[in-house]
Design a protein around this ligand. Structure first.
Ligand code: 6GU
Length: 239
């Protein structure tokens, strides 16, 4: 069976959106994955199909009702074994490790919130993981869901050609990638680093490694510390 994404949302028109194009779009056409939506509004209550209500305890904004989300879960017919993920800035940060885990399974069930969020009880009842895509606030979980799906789909078997498939490796080693250059060798007075034209593959590999380390140290001190700690550990294991 192919990989199945099911998205619970108030804006089903947002899917597959940009994932209908390019790499993910071709994979969709090939049937390597599917993108189904379940419209939360269809499970709203009363004549106005209300999905939200004011928060207990007071305060601004509206909260999506647990019974509405529960009904959407039931109607979605997503397999019981797929991870259930609620996209929220209160979640733990999404990592490539999570993405690999999701991509390795049979799919994901994504819950997109709007307003102040979703009643906490329905998240507990359905064993839902809470995930954020970074430290900034989006207007809703839908664009975060698209980000998560993009990251998963590119890892599915048959989606990437071999020319692209190695690109992830640098990041999974824990460093940011070295910089890239192509023709022309000199452009508007700026030359390509000479070593890259030398044909000396060992020297080029060493230069790229050093660049990756410097860029990581400058831009991502968090990744740099983790990488150093891992290197220390590996050295200790080797003796
Ligand atoms: Cl998952 N949702 C929203 N609304 N904002 C976010 C986010 C998610 N991750 C970062 N900011």
């Amino acid at each position: 069976m192919n990989w199945q994404a099911t998205v619970l949302t108030l804006f089903p028109e947002m899917f597959p959106g940009p994932l209908g194009l390019s790499l993910a779009g071709r994979a969709l056409e090939k049937g390597l994955w599917t993108c189904r939506t379940e419209d939360l509004r269809q499970h709203g209550l009363g004549r106005h199909r209300a999905v939200d209500d004011t928060p207990f305890g007071g305060g601004a904004g509206m909260v999506i009702r647990p019974d509405v989300v529960d009904a959407a879960f039931a109607a979605s017919q997503a397999p019981a074994d797929v991870p259930r993920v609620y996209l929220t800035p209160r979640g733990r940060p999404l990592t490539q490790q999570d993405v690999r885990r999701y991509a390795a399974g049979s799919g994901v069930l994504l819950l997109c919130g709007r307003f102040e969020g979703v009643d906490e009880r329905v998240l507990q009842a359905h064993d839902v993981e809470q995930v954020s895509i970074g430290d900034y606030i989006l207007s809703g979980g839908e664009t975060a869901a698209l980000v998560l799906l993009d990251a998963c789909v590119r890892l599915l078997p048959g989606v990437m050609g071999c020319e692209e498939s190695g690109v992830e490796e640098s990041f999974s080693e824990g460093l940011l990638e070295y910089p890239h250059y192509t023709r022309p060798a000199e452009w508007e007075g700026r030359a390509v680093p000479e070593i890259l034209l030398s044909g000396n593959h060992a020297a080029i590999a060493a230069w790229r490694q050093k660049q990756a380390e410097e860029i990581t140290r400058e831009r991502r001190p968090d990744l740099w510390s983790a990488w150093l700690a891992r290197k220390e550990r590996n050295m200790a294991e080797a003796v």
